[in-house]
Ligand binder design. Structure first.
Ligand code: RP5
Length: 161
């Protein structure tokens, strides 16, 4: 059963959003990826959000650029947690996307991540952490992942001055 939805406003967002998908895949989590545009396919957005809970989605990772209303509109139509990823935009480098996603008015939260690749990867890892809470196998994988990162940093060397 699909546990996490990864949606984005356009296939042009995939370059960034694939990093969320990659994390989910690496942890063996069932997920789906789909283009859902808030302003170009609003009916599809509503249908996706309205069926998310009954389809068993634990969370939805939503990436969008520019006006970036996809995460907020999804959150408006479902109580399934929405993780928002600001995608870099053509003219404002994603600062517009970030402000659009993070500035949700009180009452309808969207957990907002960093602009771009790091934000997408962290949204994936956040979804992993949510699932790890209920699943010891995923929890063990997450601990091992953190240990590998730690080992990498501890092994870092700097050049002689
Ligand atoms: C947003 O507009 C999308 O999320 C994308 O980041 C941006 C540009 O979309 P395209 O013109 O590349 O389809 O809706």
């Amino acid at each position: 059963m699909v546990q996490v939805g990864v949606v984005m406003g356009s296939n042009s967002d995939w370059e960034v959003m694939q990093h969320a998908a990659r994390q989910l895949k690496d942890f063996g989590i069932e997920f789906e990826c789909k283009v859902v545009s808030a302003h170009r396919t609003p009916d599809l957005l509503f249908e996706y959000a309205e069926t998310a809970h009954e389809r068993g989605l634990v969370c939805i990772i939503a990436g969008a650029g520019g006006a970036a209303h996809l995460p907020g509109m999804l959150a408006a139509k479902t109580t399934v947690p929405v993780l928002g990823v600001p995608v870099p935009s053509k003219y404002l480098r994603g600062e517009d996307s970030l402000l659009s996603i993070v500035q949700m008015p009180k009452g309808i939260p969207v957990a907002t991540f960093a602009i771009g690749e790091a934000g997408a990867a962290n949204a994936g890892l956040f979804a992993v952490a949510m699932l790890a809470h209920q699943n010891p196998e995923i929890a063990a994988k997450l601990v091992a992942f953190r240990q590998r990162q730690k080992d990498t940093v501890l092994a870092m060397e700097l050049p002689e001055v």
